[in-house]
Design a protein. Structure first.
Length: 129
């Protein structure tokens, strides 16, 4: 369970969006990620799929890992580290996907941009607290 009481006590940067924005953006990004993965699998020959699958699963794992570290453990710097790894993993996924499906790679761009923004927010929360 997410501890929002703790989160409310943190100093946050001015650009922190309201909770409703996160609740709207994440489902859209997950849909784009799923569609991207579908097109990657559909347009990539089986022999070339493993690396893309590995990086897609890695970035998904890092994505899910962030919440328990940040909200569960209250480890702001640990979450920042995970977000840094996530940026690298998503960038690698895009670079792998683009070789066989520009559409699959393009569908991950909004996610990549959001993760960069999330890194900024996480960094500023760490710096301010």
């Amino acid at each position: 369970m997410v501890n929002l009481d703790w989160y409310q006590t943190l100093n946050k940067p001015t650009l922190t969006p309201p909770a409703e924005v996160f609740q709207t953006v994440w489902p859209i990004l997950y849909i784009l990620m799923a569609v991207s993965f579908y097109f990657y699998l559909k347009q990539t020959p089986k022999i070339q799929r493993p690396l893309g699958i590995i990086f897609f699963c890695l970035q998904l794992f890092l994505n899910f890992l962030w919440s328990p570290i940040f909200f569960g453990m209250h480890h702001i710097f640990g979450a920042l580290f995970v977000t840094t790894l996530l940026i690298i993993a998503v960038a690698c996924t895009i670079l792998i996907f683009i070789k066989t499906s520009k559409l699959a790679a393009g569908l991950l761009i909004p996610y990549f941009i959001w993760i960069l923004f999330a890194w900024y927010l996480n960094f500023e929360i760490w710096r301010l607290n």
